[in-house]
Design a protein around this ligand. Sequence first.
Ligand code: ADP
Ligand code: MG
Length: 392
Amino acid sequence: MNESTFAPGGGQPGLVQQHTAGRSGEDEVRTFDARQQPGYTGTATSHEHAGSEPVTARYDSEVYDAAAFDAIEPGLAQSNLIEGQFYDPDAEYEPDPEYAATLAPDAARQRRERVGPTGRPLPYFPIPSPLTEHGPAQIVAMCNQKGGVGKTTSTINLGAALAEYGRRVLLVDFDPQGALSVGLGVNPMELDLTVYNLLMERGLTADEVLLKTAVPGMDLLPSNIDLSAAEVQLVSEVARESALARALKPLLPDYDYVIIDCQPSLGLLTVNALTAANSVIVPLECEFFALRGVALLTETIEKVCERLNPELRLDGILATMYDSRTVHSREVLARVTEAFGEHVFHTVIGRTVRFPETTVAGEPITTYASNSVGAAAYRQLAREVLARCPVE
Ligand SMILES: Nc1ncnc2c1ncn2[C@@H]1O[C@H](COP(=O)(O)OP(=O)(O)O)[C@@H](O)[C@H]1O
Ligand SMILES: [Mg+2]
């Protein structure tokens, strides 16, 4: 029986190579396109295994369906881990139970429980089905009053991954620093109209401020230093906490997700974001003192919930800049999971220099380094977010 291995290949996103040891001792290589279907999935048929019957296994450009390959031949998956295609090589993914059942009646039963980086069993996050209609949008505030924890990076890349899955996404730069705008290749200093104008000027429509990004289906409300004036000017306004909610309202029917990149403070701008939002994602850097300040943040969320926005919920704590090789990182993640339990996303974002590189490139990691571990992590986060709160 010939052995086949599967690896990302062809030097292009979505291509998978099957290597088979040929009779002459040389590798035969076949390349598949893993992007025949939305969500980059496809099937590979192997004639080399399980006797004379051709066997089909599902592969996915980001999730290696170990059980599907094991259904071909026990142990095959283990010997063919695709480096770099896994978000976390220590964690294997649950296969799609329905699919596994079509491969082999026993495959689903043979599944063992897999533990993710947060120490909990890792659920299967299905590839979301395409939408035929869009809106009304869920509004997510990306919030932590600490700077440098990955708010802007998570806004760009979660947004881009949701857009890849066919969701219409609007990103709102709500930090006068304009880092989100810069990260998408926009020079904030050259903008005449920003989210500031949308907040302060009646009669201005969002269309005049909106920018298309290079990612299909993802738009941006940019900002620049002008926004810092809003913090002061809004103080004397009636319903000053709901200025952003009012500004976003006409846009909601056109999008599935609005993600607000908050500034690193708990001031009036952040309160506006929390008032507009349905849910909050809190990125936490896996570092010493990560939890310091989180009590103040959850208190603020609770206050907004009581007084301004009873619908607001904590969607999740997102561990970022995780390094599985350091005991320290693992300890911090264990403490975060201990403190927040099911509120912690199963998806954890690893530390990689690829993220700072994307800022310079002015594009999301999903396009800048489509096959990278970082891109796979944000795609998994997108699937987890969609699995947690599907948009009806
Ligand atoms: N997972 C990561 N691994 C390595 N560097 C990261 C990661 N996430 C973000 N960074 C980098 O850390 C810095 C701060 O991230 P950023 O998203 O701007 O945080 P915030 O918006 O909370 O201030 C940026 O230079 C960014 O490129
Ligand atoms: Mg930021």
